[in-house]
Write a protein that binds this ligand. Structure first.
Ligand SMILES: C[S@@+](CC[C@H](N)C(=O)[O-])C[C@H]1O[C@@H](n2cnc3c(N)ncnc32)[C@H](O)[C@@H]1O
Length: 434
């Protein structure tokens, strides 16, 4: 275990100090030191879990040392060990023993007694130490202070429960490809393979224990795609009918593109400016059997339509814009520690540019659906309200979601732990062009 603890510590430093994406940092670590699949799974689990609770764990380590540890990997290794003690079934003595060995490897042999003393003091005094760090916002909620302040301002009623919802691990949620199979059929295949799962909403399946999607029955033959329940609402809101000309303006990796193609016979243009993600979109459409549906896939900047638009107005536009991802931190806990306050304003400015640039491509009577996976008002209502204020031809349409979705207006709220319905935080607005 000590090798994995050391690897996880390096990965966490890359996220919290260098603002790297967690999955990129994991890939880089695994490339540096190839290991067994089981070892990788453990590194991943420690890194994800530690980042989920980083605010508390970081504060605990600071409290446990007399002066800050100069070596960041050592600091993070202590945090990761405390994560294992508090949140996993690994025996305390094994966690401490391996972390002491790891300290000798990731730092220097002299770091071993220090790690030993620090973790043993944590074990002796954990309840009073936890009470001390939980007296502060960051130690209590495990988000950066600016994020807590923003949520408190944005949602004075529910901010605490929204922060808490983001700290629970999300299950794997699939969308059944109804062109290929039915939910009943796919659930039966899962049951045959001893995979516990249940249906939710129209076409969703919630997998009840950890599984890599590509190992599930039906993945190879395109029976499903990975997509959270909130994102699965997109196609119904866009409501494209057969024969319509539709733009999916930020399309890759194609979760919603494939859903639009599954629902109706449309003439779809899918645009994304990231060549690697466009390749993933192509791969996903091929796996799901949608290549013959004739979508035009364009690698271009959606905000410069002169380079890719043929002048034919669209009946529907889906604008699933890049955002902070504040609604999906339960899946990507690194987002909490990578983002900076200024990112929110930068995303909001870009989101306004996407709206302004694509609105003129919409036919009279057509609908534009604006979507983010954020909980921040600045990226959601504020962007849409500001746009409508200067575009009187844009009419807000009232959205209605299925009753099982907790939402406030177009803001879908992430489900609390153990809720009967499972969903990420998401936002939708629908604008009709008069
Ligand atoms: C939220 S993701 C889209 C997810 C996608 N709709 C789905 O359901 O799978 C936002 C996408 O916008 C793309 N993007 C960012 N800037 C862009 C631009 N200027 N033009 C087109 N696409 C852009 C990103 O590459 C990213 O794939």
């Amino acid at each position: 275990m000590h090798v994995e603890q050391g690897q996880a510590a390096r990965v966490i430093v890359a996220v919290v100090d260098d603002h790297r994406r967690l999955d990129d940092a994991l890939d880089a670590e695994f490339a540096r030191a190839p290991d067994s699949r089981r070892g990788h799974a453990l590194v991943r689990e420690i890194a994800y879990g530690t980042l989920r609770h980083w605010g508390t764990l970081d504060a605990l380590v600071r409290l446990l040392v007399k002066k800050p540890l100069g070596d960041r990997v050592l600091h993070t290794l202590a945090a990761a060990a405390i994560y294992q003690i508090l949140h996993t079934r690994a025996p305390d003595f094994a966690v401490v023993d391996r972390a002491v060995t790891a300290a000798g490897h990731v730092a220097r042999p002299a770091a071993r007694p220090l790690m030993n003393a620090l973790l043993r003091r944590f074990l002796r005094e954990q309840s009073s130490l936890l009470a001390t760090v939980r007296a502060g916002d960051v130690g209590r909620y495990s988000y950066p202070q600016w994020w807590i302040d923003r949520m408190r301002r944005d949602d004075p009623e529910d901010w605490e429960s929204l922060l808490d919802a983001g700290n629970h691990q999300a299950p794997l949620v699939l969308r059944v490809n109804l062109r290929a199979t039915s939910r009943v059929e796919l659930l039966a295949r899962f049951a045959d393979a001893d995979i516990r799962a249940h249906g939710q909403d129209d076409a969703a399946i919630v997998v009840e224990h950890f599984a890599a999607p590509e190992t599930l029955p039906g993945f190879g033959d395109g029976a499903f795609t990975v997509q959270d329940a909130s994102a699965q609402l997109a196609a119904a809101i866009v409501d494209a009918h057969d024969g319509m000309h539709v733009l999916d303006a930020c399309a890759a990796p194609g979760g919603k593109t494939s859903q639009l193609l599954e629902r109706s016979e449309i003439d779809l243009v899918a645009v994304d400016d990231n060549p690697r993600r466009i390749e993933r979109l192509r791969g996903n459409l091929a796996r799901l059997g949608h290549v013959a549906r004739g979508a035009r896939i364009v690698c271009a900047d959606a905000t410069s339509p002169d380079s890719w638009w043929d002048g034919r107005p669209f009946d529907r536009i889906l604008l699933d814009v890049p955002c902070t991802g504040s609604g999906v931190v339960r899946r990507h806990p690194d987002i909490k520690w990578r983002r900076r306050p200024s990112d929110v304003d930068a995303f909001a400015a870009a989101q306004s540019r996407f709206l302004a640039a694509t609105w003129p491509l919409l036919a009279a009577g057509g609908r534009l659906v604006y979507a983010t996976c954020s909980l921040f008002r600045a990226e959601n209502e504020a962007v849409v309200e500001a746009f409508c204020a200067v575009n009187p031809g844009a009419l807000r349409e009232t959205l209605s979601f299925p009753p099982s979705f907790r939402h406030r207006g177009g803001q879908i709220l992430p489900s609390p732990a153990a809720a009967s319905h499972n969903q990420d935080g998401f936002y939708y607005a629908s604008l009709r062009r008069t």
